[in-house]
Design a binder for this molecule. Structure first.
Ligand SMILES: Cc1cc2nc3c(=O)[nH]c(=O)nc-3n(C[C@H](O)[C@H](O)[C@H](O)COP(=O)(O)OP(=O)(O)OC[C@H]3O[C@@H](n4cnc5c(N)ncnc54)[C@H](O)[C@@H]3O)c2cc1C
Length: 386
């Protein structure tokens, strides 16, 4: 499997439990820190419970009480509590920094799964019985199945399914995150300033380390390609785009050069009509990124991991039947979440009444995005932790 962030280690957990031997190769030299908080809502919470990780995830949560939106002078406009909507609201009761969740998943799997850092799949060829893989380090190995959990810019997807332009749809926004010293008096509240109708916003949130906070910016950008390895170029771009945004922006930008964990990416979705080809499959953002604006990228990765391992094991590791079962179960759930992501971007970029979502009318879609998928219990399928 390629990618050790959320989808990769989560799938490794389930494949290992179902009896497979798993190798995860990650391009970075170690687990990558950083990222905003990600939320677990609806059915995702049940998957975390079935993984036996409820306690570990809750222990690593941000403990955010809720969110305030503010005007440029810091006056509160709206308040959302973490208790809204039974804990499944804008700020969910399970909210954890992406890097902390990756760490929980890695710690849970490292004893039973082989992790190879600082390497990547350079080439692969498949035949009826397996996949021959050549790693960038030169190592050559053969596997029964290869899964790409290597994110929005998946190299494995490009290698097997075609160029990225065919599958990646930009939604016209860019997001950036990095941690800053907590000189802003952040306690348990997320604070966001949105400039009306421009799609530009700035926000600050508390994290577990009370001496620091996480800063967040968004700005519109129609079609542009960020080189996702050119961190200095990304920082320059952010500064150009938000320097005049107002609110606390100048003070937040003052910490940009020293940011230890800077992350910037386009808000984009991945739309594919199939997530497998023979013995190669895709999961998480590589297959069906719904964008951070859906608030559900992590949920899709965790739910997808449960189903993919369950379906493959239930099909006795027959890739055709296993991948088909996974795609059939996941697809409408993915589509509902991708629609949520697109609508969220539209509301942010609109002005006047169009910027105010009609929550009542959206309820059926929200419900499908949170809970619109069945989790089989896979009784009779091997489970080493049963
Ligand atoms: C550093 C970072 C910060 C993020 N911050 C946020 C955030 O703030 N908010 C948000 O909503 N989402 C964020 N995301 C995306 C979020 O993690 C995903 O939407 C979601 O959790 C699904 O995860 P994933 O495992 O499918 O993909 P990702 O989390 O993108 O992970 C992909 C992994 O694959 C690795 N990789 C890439 N190419 C290769 C390769 N060729 N070979 C091997 N490994 C490879 C990457 O280094 C990464 O570890 C972030 C991702 C990363 C990597």
């Amino acid at each position: 499997m390629a990618g050790a962030s959320i989808a990769g280690p989560a799938l490794a957990h389930w494949l290992h439990r179902r009896g497979a031997e798993v190798t995860v190769v990650e391009r970075a030299p170690g687990l990558r820190p950083g990222g905003q908080a990600v939320d677990a809502r609806g059915v995702t919470k049940e998957v975390i419970r079935r993984m036996g990780l409820d306690e570990a995830v809750r222990a690593a949560c941000t403990d955010t009480a809720g969110a305030h939106t503010v005007d440029a002078d810091g006056n509160v406009l709206q308040t959302f509590s973490a208790e809204d909507d039974g804990g499944d609201g804008f700020i969910a009761d399970i909210e954890i920094l992406r890097g902390d969740l990756a760490q929980v998943l890695y710690d849970d799997t490292r004893a039973g799964v082989e992790y190879v850092f600082d390497d990547r799949i350079a080439e692969l060829t498949q035949d009826a019985d397996g996949v021959d893989v050549t790693f960038a380090s030169g190592a050559k190995r053969r596997f029964d199945l290869v899964i790409g959990a290597d994110g929005l810019h998946s190299a494995l997807r490009a290698m097997v399914f075609g160029p990225r332009e065919r599958f990646v749809r930009h939604l016209g926004l860019v997001l950036a995150f990095y941690s800053v010293p907590n000189e802003f008096g952040l306690d348990r509240w997320f604070i966001e300033y949105q400039e009306q109708g421009s799609g530009r916003s700035a926000a600050l949130r508390p994290i577990q380390d009370a001496t620091r906070g996480m800063a967040f910016f968004s700005f519109p950008a129609a079609e542009f390609d960020v080189d996702h390895r050119d961190i200095e170029g990304q920082k320059r771009l952010l500064r150009e785009q938000v320097a005049d945004l107002g609110w606390l922006t100048p003070r937040i930008l003052a910490h940009l050069d020293d940011a230890p964990d800077f992350y910037l990416d386009q808000v984009a979705q991945v739309v594919m009509d199939r997530w497998s080809d023979g013995r190669v499959g895709l999961i998480g953002d590589a297959a069906f990124c719904a964008s951070p604006m859906s608030g559900q990228g992590t949920g899709l990765a965790l739910v997808g991991a449960y189903l993919l391992a369950g379906e493959l094991a239930a099909a006795k590791w027959d890739p055709v039947a296993g991948f088909a079962g996974y795609e059939e179960r996941m697809r409408s759930f993915v589509e509902a979440n991708q629609e949520m992501g697109r609508l969220h971007v539209e509301f942010r970029s609109a002005t006047g009444p169009a910027a105010e979502p009609d929550v009542e009318a959206l309820m059926p879609l929200i419900e499908r995005a949170l809970n619109g998928i069945e989790l089989p219990d896979y009784a009779g399928v091997p489970d080493s932790r049963a």
